[in-house]
Structures are given as structure tokens and as C-alpha cells.
Design a protein. Structure first.
Length: 563
């Protein structure tokens, strides 16, 4: 914290508020934040921004951050989501210690406070349906209309609310509403609903309750109970803050400070949990952890690292205005991390066989290969080389244009870590497809340049055919073709912009034997091809790799073009 206070010009506006509060002693030196997800879906990259902000501030200022589930809607919440959220926050590298809480733990306290507001004449039981409430809320230029039940007596409201609690009324027949101001310019203050009747089993409280608090009633109370100092929310809750303030002030209880920041928007991505749920339910993706999804689970399976996501969140910082971040920046942060941490190996995704005619038929030799030139501790490995190898089909052209510098008849190229080879002939099937490329090699060029000083213009990756391991590669592109899939044309749904080429499966890949016993979710750089991650579907000796990112850094190109 001291280093940050010495460099306050580097602080984002939220951290500056926290730093100023610490300096003034506003909260007696305490810093308590919270990450409050609703367990009604899987976390996505937008949540990662909030996670890193809340846990990061607590860490930087010597405070603590609570993980609190706002589990007030039994119809949409499941234990599956609770478990996935806990896993995701841990995977990102954050620890809440003993500070794991659930809004449902406070149901009785919330109920008691609701009774207190009724006794103060500040809440009433309303018999209007949800649609009738909407119809009487008014417009931005016209005040709403008072509910005909607004002036019920305190005793009648207490009696009705207790009966609601006991389950004596059907779903939707009654609500508890705050009595504030139906003429307020802020719609959130026009007698908002505090409780609704829902006869549904809760994943933690079972059937103990049949009335459940609305989010706006529960949110501020949960922060108050936990003595949060800085309640950090996204901008859409800015207009709700006066309502939170009103509840806390009417009850006269501990009052945290709410601060709003802009949520994360990414190009070619949707962040709405409702839309992500639709993709899953309609089987437009393979599940919440589909590697094309922006969920943390999907990104983990794709091959994203926690440090890459955290670095991305640091780079985009926080501000007070909505903007959209280019997906290329996220991938730039990913490449920066993977370049330093991912071992290099060789794989051939679209193989064609090369036969080296002057290499001994039964010989297999082992060549030294560097695991990662960016990591001096990564060491090296031995890769087998023999008479028959595989190269990428795209690395050969029988009739090549001038600027094609890879393998072609009569041209010499280098094989990575091995020898110079030159193509002498090709073999084709009856349809005219090349099935084998025949070459000769120069034994004097092992692992380096030719002794006579001749140069080649291309180095190819390869895999020894005798020892190659079969693998599958899943090549991913953006899930959407449109930069902003939320911006839909009239008569269309956001799913109209799904990219039909977002997944391309290559099933005949060859990888070097070093990868035989790789662990699920381990990350690798396939030389010249990109970064790949071992998919969780790999089993029974079948290796499946997800392409995490290409080697080309689009963000650097964008930055260069913007100068």
C-alpha cells in the first residue's frame, strides 16, 4: 500500500478512493471488499475484471475480500453454479480464507428488518400482479400511481406479511413493497418490491422459505451485515444506489460506501448470462466450458492462464464510462504469458510423408531440442529422427510461385534441429494427390548450417513418422462474426451472428512422442503453428489439443497501425 500511496498518479479512480479513505481513517483503517456473484450461471471474463478488482484492492491495501453468493432466487440457482464459481475464483489465484458467505444465511435477519420497516409505515403488502405494478409505475415524464393497497394499516400489513411467510398465499398473489415515492424521477424509488412469493426449494435452505428477497432489498443489507467498507459495483447499479441508501438509512444500520465502475465489454463476445445460458440450452455450444465461450471455465479449457487474465484486467484498468475492449488485447496478454511459460514442441496438423532416400532405413537418431528459449530453466529434450518424417502439407508446393520459400522440387530447406533436405520427386495417388515427397539430406548439416556456407531461406517443423503420436486439433475462431453481436438488426436474434467456422476439427495430426503422457489442460507452443492446450476430452490414449491462440499478435499490428 505504501508504494501505491507514493505513486498515487498511477492509481485508478477506485483505488484512489480507497487510498484516500485509508489516509483519512474513514473506516478506521479497514478495507473490506466483496465479490458477490449470483449462482445462476458460470462466471465469465467480465466477472474476472470484478474479481481482480475486489480481491486485488483487498490484497494491495492489507484488507480482506469476501466471496459472497447472492443466492436469493431459488428458481434459477443451483449448487453446480456455486461449485463452479468457487473453482474459478481459486483458479484465478485468489483466496477468501474464512470469508465465504451466502445471502441465504441472512434470510431471517432480512425478514426481521422488513418487519421493522412495516412497523415504521415504510413498507406494505400489495396485491397487484407484476404486470399491474409495471403498468402503474408511470413514465420518465409522468409519476406512477399509488397502489390501492398502499395505505393498509401497519397491523394488516404485519398480519399479511406473516401469512406470506407461512405459505398461505399462492405465487405472485402478493408482494411486499417499500413505501417511498411514486413520483420520484428515479424509477427504483417508486415503491419497489422487496419480497415476492415463490414456492420453490432453495439449494441451501430447502423449503424453509416461500418468500424470497428481491436483489435490491438484499444487496445493501448483505454488505451492511458483513461490514463491507467499499461496495464496488458496475455502472448499471448507479441508479440503484439511492434505493440502497434509503433502506440502510431507514433501518439506521451500518452503511457501506458504494462505488460504480464500467463493466467489461469485449469485441466478438456476449457477456449476458441470459444469452450465454441460451447458447448452452439450445446446444449452440458444447456447454458452459466450451472453449469458444467467454466463461472462465471455457477459457481455462481453451488454454488461457490465470496470470494472462489477471494481466489483462490490470491493463484495461477501471473507469467510469462504458467502452468495448478489442479481443486482440486479451490475446496479446495471453501470448505474452504463454511465450514465457509454454514449452515448445513440434506437431504437424495436416501431414504429408517425406521419405529421405539417402538416410539409412533402420536408423533412428535422437536430436537435442530446446524446450523454451525464453525460459533458461526449461532445459531440452531428445526428439527422434528417421528416414520417414511428416511435414505440413502447406509447406510443400510442386509448382511454387517466386515468393514461396518452403519445400519445392530442387529447393533445399532446413528441418528444425535436424538437417538440410532437398526435394527430388513426389508420389501421387490416382486422383493426383501427393502422398509422399522424396528427398535427400546432407549429413554435414546436422543441427546447424552447411559447412560450405550455403544458406536456405526456410526452416520447417516436422515429426518422426516412426515415433509420431496420433492427435486431434480443435482450431477455434471467434464465436461470432459480428464485432458487436449485441447490436442486432431488426427481426434478428444475436444468435444470427454465430460464426459457422468457429470450430474446425483436424483429426489426423501427428505430434512428437515427448507429448505421450501430457497432463490435461497443460499448455504448449506448437512451433510455427501457435499455442495449444490439452483438452479435458483426452482419454484412453487419444490426445486432443485446443488451439489457444495463433502466433501472430494482432494487437501489436493494431497498435502499429494506430500510430
Amino acid at each position: 500500500m505504501s508504494e501505491q500511496n507514493d505513486n498515487q498518479q498511477k492509481l485508478d479512480f477506485v483505488r484512489q478512493i480507497v487510498a484516500d479513505d485509508c489516509q483519512s481513517g474513514k473506516w478506521d483503517g479497514r478495507v473490506v471488499t466483496r465479490f458477490p456473484p449470483e449462482p445462476n450461471g458460470y462466471l465469465h471474463i467480465g466477472h474476472a475484471k470484478s474479481i481482480c478488482l475486489n480481491f486485488g484492492i483487498a490484497s494491495e491495501f492489507g484488507g480482506k475480500c469476501h466471496l459472497r453468493f447472492d443466492d436469493t432466487n431459488p428458481e434459477k440457482e443451483e449448487q453446480e453454479y456455486v461449485d463452479s464459481i468457487i473453482e474459478d475464483v481459486k483458479w484465478l489465484g485468489w483466496d477468501w480464507g474464512q470469508n465465504l458467505f451466502f445471502g441465504s444465511d441472512y434470510f431471517q435477519q432480512m425478514y426481521d428488518w422488513a418487519v421493522e420497516l412495516i412497523k415504521k409505515g415504510k413498507a406494505y403488502v400489495c396485491d397487484l400482479t407484476g404486470e399491474e405494478i409495471r403498468q402503474t409505475r408511470g413514465t420518465p415524464t409522468q409519476p406512477g400511481k399509488d397502489s390501492p393497497y398502499r395505505n393498509r394499516s401497519v397491523d394488516e400489513n404485519l398480519d399479511l406479511f406473516e401469512k406470506m411467510r407461512k405459505g398461505e398465499f399462492p405465487d405472485g398473489s402478493k408482494t411486499l413493497r417499500a413505501k417511498i415515492d411514486m413520483a420520484s424521477p428515479n424509477f427504483n424509488l417508486r415503491d419497489p418490491v422487496m419480497y415476492r412469493i415463490v414456492h420453490a426449494s432453495h439449494h441451501r435452505t430447502a423449503d424453509n422459505w416461500c418468500i424470497y428477497p428481491m436483489y435490491d432489498w438484499a444487496h445493501g443489507l448483505e454488505d451492511s451485515i458483513e461490514k463491507i467498507t467499499h461496495s464496488i459495483c458496475t455502472l448499471e447499479f448507479e441508479n440503484h444506489r439511492p434505493l440502497y441508501d434509503w433502506f440502510l438509512d431507514q433501518l439506521g444500520i451500518y452503511h457501506p460506501q458504494q462505488i460504480e465502475f464500467a463493466r467489461l465489454n469485449l469485441t466478438y463476445t456476449v457477456m449476458s448470462k441470459r444469452k450465454l445460458l441460451k447458447l448452452v440450452q439450445e446446444k449452440l455450444v458444447a456447454g458452459w466450458d466450451d472453449p469458444r465461450m467467454p466463461t472462465i471455465g471455457g477459457m481455462r479449457r481453451r488454454g488461457f492462464s490465470p496470470s494472462a487474465i489477471r494481466n489483462f484486467c490490470d491493463k484495461i484498468s477501471v473507469n467510469k464510462f462504458n467502452s468495448t475492449i478489442d479481443f486482440a488485447l486479451l490475446q496479446h496478454c495471453l501470448r505474452e504469458d504463454l511465450n514465457k511459460t509454454s514449452p515448445r514442441v513440434m506437431a504437424v496438423l495436416n501431414p504429408v510423408k517425406v521419405v529421405i532416400e539417402n538416410y539409412p532405413e533402420d536408423k533412428v537418431e535422437y536430436l537435442d531440442a530446446i524446450n523454451n528459449p525464453e525460459d533458461p530453466t526449461a532445459g531440452s529434450r531428445q526428439i527422434p529422427f528417421s528416414r520417414e518424417i511428416y511435414i505440413e502439407r502447406d509447406d510443400f508446393m510442386e509448382d511454387a510461385p517466386k515468393k514461396f520459400f518452403r519445400l519445392t522440387p530442387g529447393r533445399e530447406v532446413r528441418l528444425r534441429y535436424a538437417y538440410f533436405i532437398i526435394c527430388t520427386s513426389v508420389i501421387k495417388d490416382p486422383a493426383g494427390n501427393i502422398t509422399e515427397i522424396h528427398c535427400t539430406y546432407d549429413p554435414a548439416t546436422k543441427g546447424g548450417d552447411a559447412p560450405d556456407g550455403r544458406k536456405v531461406k526456410s526452416t520447417l517443423h516436422w515429426v518422426c513418422a516412426k515415433n509420431a503420436i496420433d492427435a486431434e486439433a480443435r482450431m477455434y475462431e471467434h464465436l461470432f462474426t459480428k464485432e458487436n453481436p449485441d447490436d442486432v438488426e431488426e427481426g434478428k436474434d444475436f444468435t444470427a451472428y454465430l460464426n459457422p467456422n468457429s470450430l474446425n476439427v483436424l483429426s489426423n495430426c501427428k505430434v512428437e512422442p515427448y507429448l505421450k503422457d501430457v497432463k490435461s489442460l497443460s499448455r504448449w507452443q506448437f512451433e510455427r503453428l501457435g499455442y495449444f492446450c490439452v483438452d479435458t476430452d483426452s482419454k484412453d490414449g487419444k490426445l486432443i489439443f485446443n488451439r489457444t491462440a495463433t502466433l501472430r499478435d494482432e494487437w501489436a499490428k493494431i497498435q502499429q497501425n494506430s500510430k
